[in-house]
Design a protein around this ligand. Structure first.
Ligand SMILES: Nc1nc2c(ncn2[C@@H]2O[C@H](COP(=O)(O)OP(=O)(O)OP(=O)(O)O)[C@@H](O)[C@H]2O)c(=O)[nH]1
Ligand SMILES: [Mg+2]
Length: 334
């Protein structure tokens, strides 16, 4: 039960590619037709123009159709699309492409009508070709932007409706290491901050229940307005996805940040979310003594010590009753 609404958007052609394709097909439509008499010449021009018109308007309409209506998609995906590209930007560019497709359709229809009352169908066809080319060239920038957006949006993970653990914490504390250890996901792990730049979803099973775990980018303790695009994705996941949150702290400080700063972030996060939180101190393999107070669990995502216990506690914290209510609410939306 997981789907990703941007996954099926195909590569979006440039103006040049569209025009090449349309005029190539149009030329092919002429082949085989004799051009001896005026009426047969007109038929050839008509068939060329109709072919070019259809290819262009169908392809442009198809670009538009592939994008979901941004007003009707899950909040989580709308927010991500807004962070990564801008929903208004997307809508404006889609509208331009739609307009171009309709304009070309109309132009083709009118020009074919004109041909029927003219002795010079070829001039009419060439004039129509010229105007179509300029309409398509005008939306080249829109097509390119939509293709750029498509390449970004299709990388978003599919998020299912399964019970969900979201991981959060400062950069470099071991979030991805934890996710890699307990689930099917293989996130990138590295010894520098902001390694994780987007969201990743892994799966695991508890008995016969399938759950998912969401790895998020690191968050710094700072005002919302100063957060970068990478952090905003993490916040979006916190707001919309989790049934329970694992907040990882690195009390060793090898992540490059003070434990006090990390604890301040925890406080801020708690103020903004409703789900239960488990606070785990990580990298205990580096500590000589117990990691101080404020932690519900300790672990090392390097050696594996304590990881199973953290996982068991997280799963037991998922309020299945609440989860089922959420699921029912989502079903009703469909
Ligand atoms: N000693 C020790 N190192 C660890 C442990 N867990 C993770 N690390 C190391 O800490 C660094 C950061 O780990 P990641 O899992 O990439 O951390 P992250 O929180 O996902 O980082 P960002 O994605 O950048 O926010 C890596 O070099 C890991 O090998 C641990 O328990 N002990
Ligand atoms: Mg990471």
């Amino acid at each position: 039960m997981s789907q990703m609404i941007f996954e099926k958007i195909h590569t979006i052609p440039t103006a040049e590619e569209l025009l090449d394709k349309a005029f190539r097909r149009a030329n092919r439509a002429r082949k085989g037709k004799t051009v001896k008499s005026e009426s047969s010449r007109r038929r050839a021009d008509e068939s060329m123009l109709l072919t070019a018109t259809n290819i262009l308007s169908d392809n442009l309409a198809n670009v538009v159709r592939q994008f979901p209506s941004f007003d009707n998609i899950p909040e989580f995906y709308r927010e991500l699309a807004d962070i990564l590209v801008g929903v208004d930007v997307l809508k404006t560019n889609i509208a331009s492409v739609q307009w171009a497709g309709e304009k070309i359709h109309e132009l083709g229809r009118l020009s074919v009508g004109k041909m029927r009352h003219s002795s010079d169908s070829s001039t009419i066809r060439k004039a129509a070709y010229g105007r179509m080319s300029s309409i398509v060239n005008d939306v080249d920038k829109n097509l390119r932007l939509l293709n750029y957006a498509r390449n970004i949006l299709r990388k978003l993970p599919a998020v299912g409706m399964e019970p969900t653990i979201v991981i959060a914490g400062y950069p470099n504390v071991g979030k991805s290491s934890f996710v890699a250890m307990v689930s099917s996901a293989t996130p990138e792990v590295a010894s520098y901050p902001f390694t994780t730049k987007g969201l990743a979803v892994g799966h695991f099973r508890v008995g016969n229940v399938r759950c998912q775990i969401v790895d998020t980018p690191g968050l710094l303790d700072r005002p919302l307005g100063e957060r970068n695009e990478i952090e905003l994705q993490a916040i979006s996941a916190l707001k919309h996805l989790g049934d329970v949150l694992l907040f990882i702290v690195d009390p060793s400080g090898t992540c490059g940040y003070e434990p006090d700063d990390q604890m301040r972030l925890l406080k801020e996060v708690r103020e903004h979310i409703l789900m239960p939180v488990l606070v785990a101190a990580n990298k205990v393999d580096l500590l000589d003594e117990a990691p101080g107070s404020g932690f519900d669990a300790t672990m090392s995502t390097l050696t594996g010590v304590g990881v199973d216990e953290v996982m068991e506690r997280m799963v037991s914290m998922i309020d299945m009753e609440k989860y089922n209510e959420k699921l029912e609410a989502l079903m009703e939306l469909d």
